[in-house]
Design a protein around this ligand. Structure first.
Ligand code: FE2
Ligand code: FE2
Length: 272
Protein backbone atom coordinates (compact mmCIF):
# COMPACT_ATOMS: atom_id res chain seq x y z
CA UNK A 1 0.00 0.00 0.00
CA UNK A 2 1.32 3.45 -0.90
CA UNK A 3 0.45 4.93 2.49
CA UNK A 4 2.32 2.21 4.36
CA UNK A 5 5.34 2.48 2.09
CA UNK A 6 5.57 6.25 2.43
CA UNK A 7 5.24 5.99 6.20
CA UNK A 8 8.66 4.28 6.32
CA UNK A 9 10.44 7.56 5.54
CA UNK A 10 12.12 9.50 8.30
CA UNK A 11 13.89 12.81 8.57
CA UNK A 12 17.64 12.80 9.01
CA UNK A 13 18.87 14.23 12.28
CA UNK A 14 21.33 17.15 12.31
CA UNK A 15 24.30 14.92 13.02
CA UNK A 16 23.52 12.87 9.88
CA UNK A 17 23.30 16.08 7.86
CA UNK A 18 26.71 17.15 9.16
CA UNK A 19 28.08 13.80 7.98
CA UNK A 20 26.43 14.27 4.59
CA UNK A 21 27.87 17.75 4.04
CA UNK A 22 31.34 16.68 5.21
CA UNK A 23 31.35 13.64 2.92
CA UNK A 24 30.02 15.67 0.02
CA UNK A 25 32.74 18.30 0.48
CA UNK A 26 35.36 15.57 0.39
CA UNK A 27 34.26 14.08 -2.95
CA UNK A 28 33.71 17.05 -5.22
CA UNK A 29 33.94 16.71 -9.00
CA UNK A 30 37.25 18.12 -10.29
CA UNK A 31 36.79 21.30 -12.35
CA UNK A 32 39.20 21.43 -15.33
CA UNK A 33 40.32 25.02 -14.69
CA UNK A 34 43.47 24.43 -16.75
CA UNK A 35 41.26 24.43 -19.88
CA UNK A 36 40.34 28.08 -19.39
CA UNK A 37 36.78 29.39 -19.65
CA UNK A 38 36.25 27.71 -23.03
CA UNK A 39 33.07 29.64 -23.65
CA UNK A 40 32.23 31.27 -26.97
CA UNK A 41 31.16 34.89 -27.40
CA UNK A 42 27.82 33.67 -28.75
CA UNK A 43 27.22 31.53 -25.65
CA UNK A 44 28.24 34.36 -23.33
CA UNK A 45 25.83 36.74 -25.03
CA UNK A 46 22.98 34.46 -24.00
CA UNK A 47 24.00 33.57 -20.44
CA UNK A 48 26.47 36.13 -19.03
CA UNK A 49 24.01 38.67 -17.57
CA UNK A 50 21.92 35.96 -16.02
CA UNK A 51 24.93 34.12 -14.62
CA UNK A 52 26.20 37.31 -12.98
CA UNK A 53 22.93 37.66 -11.10
CA UNK A 54 22.79 34.03 -10.09
CA UNK A 55 26.43 34.10 -8.97
CA UNK A 56 25.66 37.04 -6.72
CA UNK A 57 22.78 35.09 -5.21
CA UNK A 58 25.12 32.22 -4.33
CA UNK A 59 27.57 34.46 -2.48
CA UNK A 60 25.59 35.48 0.60
CA UNK A 61 27.72 35.39 3.75
CA UNK A 62 24.87 33.51 5.43
CA UNK A 63 24.98 35.63 8.58
CA UNK A 64 21.18 36.09 8.75
CA UNK A 65 20.59 32.40 8.30
CA UNK A 66 23.29 31.55 10.80
CA UNK A 67 21.76 33.84 13.43
CA UNK A 68 18.29 32.41 12.81
CA UNK A 69 19.70 28.87 12.99
CA UNK A 70 21.45 29.60 16.32
CA UNK A 71 18.21 30.90 17.89
CA UNK A 72 16.20 28.03 16.47
CA UNK A 73 18.73 25.36 17.53
CA UNK A 74 18.74 26.75 21.06
CA UNK A 75 14.95 26.79 21.19
CA UNK A 76 14.62 23.15 20.12
CA UNK A 77 17.73 21.91 21.97
CA UNK A 78 19.57 20.72 18.85
CA UNK A 79 23.07 22.28 18.84
CA UNK A 80 24.11 20.09 15.88
CA UNK A 81 21.66 21.97 13.67
CA UNK A 82 23.98 24.98 13.81
CA UNK A 83 26.83 22.84 12.49
CA UNK A 84 24.66 21.46 9.69
CA UNK A 85 23.60 24.96 8.64
CA UNK A 86 27.21 26.16 8.77
CA UNK A 87 28.19 23.41 6.32
CA UNK A 88 25.16 24.14 4.13
CA UNK A 89 26.21 27.80 3.92
CA UNK A 90 29.76 26.72 3.06
CA UNK A 91 28.41 24.64 0.18
CA UNK A 92 26.42 27.58 -1.21
CA UNK A 93 29.47 29.80 -0.89
CA UNK A 94 31.51 27.25 -2.83
CA UNK A 95 28.95 27.52 -5.66
CA UNK A 96 29.39 31.29 -5.59
CA UNK A 97 33.21 31.04 -5.57
CA UNK A 98 33.31 28.63 -8.50
CA UNK A 99 30.85 30.63 -10.59
CA UNK A 100 32.79 33.78 -9.75
CA UNK A 101 36.04 32.19 -10.81
CA UNK A 102 34.42 31.16 -14.08
CA UNK A 103 33.18 34.71 -14.70
CA UNK A 104 36.68 36.03 -14.00
CA UNK A 105 38.16 33.52 -16.44
CA UNK A 106 35.64 34.50 -19.10
CA UNK A 107 36.36 38.21 -18.57
CA UNK A 108 32.82 38.93 -17.35
CA UNK A 109 32.64 41.43 -14.48
CA UNK A 110 30.88 40.16 -11.37
CA UNK A 111 27.59 41.76 -10.37
CA UNK A 112 27.35 43.83 -7.22
CA UNK A 113 23.58 44.22 -7.40
CA UNK A 114 20.72 42.25 -8.93
CA UNK A 115 17.00 42.98 -8.63
CA UNK A 116 15.97 39.34 -8.25
CA UNK A 117 18.65 38.73 -5.64
CA UNK A 118 17.64 41.85 -3.71
CA UNK A 119 13.99 40.75 -3.68
CA UNK A 120 14.93 37.27 -2.54
CA UNK A 121 17.12 38.63 0.27
CA UNK A 122 14.36 41.01 1.35
CA UNK A 123 11.90 38.12 1.73
CA UNK A 124 14.39 36.05 3.71
CA UNK A 125 15.59 38.87 5.92
CA UNK A 126 12.17 40.32 6.71
CA UNK A 127 11.49 37.66 9.34
CA UNK A 128 14.11 35.55 11.08
CA UNK A 129 11.96 32.48 11.68
CA UNK A 130 13.34 29.24 10.23
CA UNK A 131 10.11 28.51 8.36
CA UNK A 132 10.10 31.91 6.69
CA UNK A 133 13.73 31.45 5.77
CA UNK A 134 13.46 27.87 4.46
CA UNK A 135 10.33 28.33 2.34
CA UNK A 136 11.65 30.79 -0.29
CA UNK A 137 15.01 29.01 -0.25
CA UNK A 138 13.50 25.65 -1.21
CA UNK A 139 11.54 27.36 -3.99
CA UNK A 140 14.59 29.08 -5.41
CA UNK A 141 16.58 25.85 -5.15
CA UNK A 142 13.83 24.10 -7.10
CA UNK A 143 14.32 26.68 -9.85
CA UNK A 144 18.09 26.26 -9.54
CA UNK A 145 17.67 22.62 -10.63
CA UNK A 146 16.16 23.87 -13.89
CA UNK A 147 18.46 26.88 -14.23
CA UNK A 148 21.77 25.04 -13.91
CA UNK A 149 20.52 22.31 -16.21
CA UNK A 150 19.76 25.03 -18.76
CA UNK A 151 23.21 26.63 -18.35
CA UNK A 152 24.87 23.24 -18.68
CA UNK A 153 23.03 22.72 -21.95
CA UNK A 154 23.70 26.23 -23.20
CA UNK A 155 27.50 26.00 -23.21
CA UNK A 156 30.31 23.78 -24.42
CA UNK A 157 32.62 25.09 -21.69
CA UNK A 158 33.95 22.06 -19.81
CA UNK A 159 34.58 24.25 -16.77
CA UNK A 160 31.06 25.67 -16.61
CA UNK A 161 29.42 22.35 -17.38
CA UNK A 162 31.33 20.67 -14.55
CA UNK A 163 30.41 23.45 -12.12
CA UNK A 164 26.75 23.07 -13.09
CA UNK A 165 26.88 19.29 -12.66
CA UNK A 166 28.26 19.67 -9.15
CA UNK A 167 25.72 22.32 -8.19
CA UNK A 168 22.87 20.17 -9.54
CA UNK A 169 24.09 17.24 -7.43
CA UNK A 170 24.43 19.45 -4.34
CA UNK A 171 21.00 21.01 -4.76
CA UNK A 172 19.21 17.67 -4.58
CA UNK A 173 20.39 17.34 -0.98
CA UNK A 174 19.80 21.02 -0.26
CA UNK A 175 16.15 20.70 -1.24
CA UNK A 176 15.79 17.67 0.95
CA UNK A 177 17.52 19.49 3.83
CA UNK A 178 14.96 22.31 3.62
CA UNK A 179 12.00 20.00 3.06
CA UNK A 180 12.79 17.84 6.06
CA UNK A 181 13.16 20.94 8.24
CA UNK A 182 9.81 22.25 7.00
CA UNK A 183 8.24 18.84 7.68
CA UNK A 184 9.57 19.05 11.26
CA UNK A 185 8.19 22.57 11.62
CA UNK A 186 4.82 21.61 10.13
CA UNK A 187 4.55 18.41 12.12
CA UNK A 188 3.07 20.13 15.16
CA UNK A 189 0.81 22.47 13.18
CA UNK A 190 -2.91 21.94 12.98
CA UNK A 191 -4.39 20.66 9.71
CA UNK A 192 -6.06 23.95 8.89
CA UNK A 193 -2.85 25.91 9.45
CA UNK A 194 -0.91 23.55 7.22
CA UNK A 195 -3.59 23.84 4.54
CA UNK A 196 -3.39 27.64 4.76
CA UNK A 197 0.43 27.49 4.62
CA UNK A 198 0.29 25.35 1.47
CA UNK A 199 -2.03 27.87 -0.20
CA UNK A 200 0.40 30.66 0.64
CA UNK A 201 3.24 28.50 -0.70
CA UNK A 202 1.49 28.24 -4.05
CA UNK A 203 1.03 31.98 -4.24
CA UNK A 204 4.67 32.61 -3.37
CA UNK A 205 5.77 29.99 -5.87
CA UNK A 206 3.85 31.69 -8.68
CA UNK A 207 5.61 34.98 -7.84
CA UNK A 208 9.08 33.40 -7.66
CA UNK A 209 8.57 31.35 -10.84
CA UNK A 210 7.52 34.42 -12.82
CA UNK A 211 10.40 36.43 -11.33
CA UNK A 212 12.95 33.76 -12.29
CA UNK A 213 11.57 33.52 -15.82
CA UNK A 214 11.50 37.29 -16.23
CA UNK A 215 15.05 37.73 -15.01
CA UNK A 216 16.63 34.72 -16.69
CA UNK A 217 14.51 33.83 -19.71
CA UNK A 218 17.27 34.44 -22.21
CA UNK A 219 19.63 31.95 -20.54
CA UNK A 220 16.78 29.51 -19.95
CA UNK A 221 15.80 29.65 -23.60
CA UNK A 222 19.43 29.08 -24.61
CA UNK A 223 19.31 25.92 -22.50
CA UNK A 224 16.18 24.64 -24.19
CA UNK A 225 13.44 25.93 -21.87
CA UNK A 226 10.66 27.93 -23.40
CA UNK A 227 8.14 29.34 -20.93
CA UNK A 228 5.78 26.35 -21.14
CA UNK A 229 8.54 23.85 -20.46
CA UNK A 230 10.01 25.98 -17.68
CA UNK A 231 6.61 26.41 -16.00
CA UNK A 232 5.80 22.70 -16.23
CA UNK A 233 9.23 21.67 -14.93
CA UNK A 234 9.13 24.15 -12.06
CA UNK A 235 5.72 22.99 -10.86
CA UNK A 236 6.64 19.34 -11.28
CA UNK A 237 9.74 19.74 -9.14
CA UNK A 238 7.96 21.88 -6.58
CA UNK A 239 5.11 19.38 -6.29
CA UNK A 240 7.74 16.81 -5.43
CA UNK A 241 9.26 19.16 -2.83
CA UNK A 242 5.80 19.79 -1.34
CA UNK A 243 5.36 16.06 -0.97
CA UNK A 244 8.77 15.83 0.71
CA UNK A 245 7.89 18.58 3.21
CA UNK A 246 4.61 16.97 4.20
CA UNK A 247 4.84 15.62 7.76
CA UNK A 248 2.38 12.91 6.73
CA UNK A 249 5.00 10.94 4.78
CA UNK A 250 7.44 10.57 7.66
CA UNK A 251 7.54 8.39 10.73
CA UNK A 252 7.92 10.37 13.90
CA UNK A 253 8.92 9.32 17.40
CA UNK A 254 5.61 7.67 18.03
CA UNK A 255 5.87 5.40 14.96
CA UNK A 256 8.42 2.70 14.08
CA UNK A 257 11.28 3.75 11.78
CA UNK A 258 12.89 0.46 10.81
CA UNK A 259 13.85 -0.07 7.19
CA UNK A 260 13.40 3.57 6.40
CA UNK A 261 16.52 4.66 4.58
CA UNK A 262 16.07 2.74 1.33
CA UNK A 263 12.57 4.11 0.72
CA UNK A 264 13.35 7.80 0.41
CA UNK A 265 12.09 9.51 -2.73
CA UNK A 266 14.59 11.07 -5.11
CA UNK A 267 14.27 14.29 -7.07
CA UNK A 268 15.06 12.36 -10.20
CA UNK A 269 11.51 11.04 -10.21
CA UNK A 270 9.99 14.45 -10.72
CA UNK A 271 9.36 15.68 -14.24
CA UNK A 272 12.36 17.33 -15.90
FE1 FE2 B 1 23.65 26.87 -4.60
FE1 FE2 C 1 21.37 25.25 -2.62
Amino acid sequence: MIGEEICRLRVRNSSEWITHFEENAACQRAVPWYQGAGVSAAELAEIADSLRGWQLGETSDGSHLFTAACHYAKAIGDPDFVGAVRLFIAEEQRHGRQLGRFLDLAGVPRASEDRGDSLFRFVRYSVSRMEVWATPVVMVETHAMIYYNAIRRATKSAVLRRICEQILADEVAHIRFQCERLAILHHRCSRWRRALTMRLHRLLFVVITIAVWTGHRRALRAGGYDFARFWKSAWGKMRFAWRMMSPDIYCWNDTPTTGQSSRRPTLGRSPA
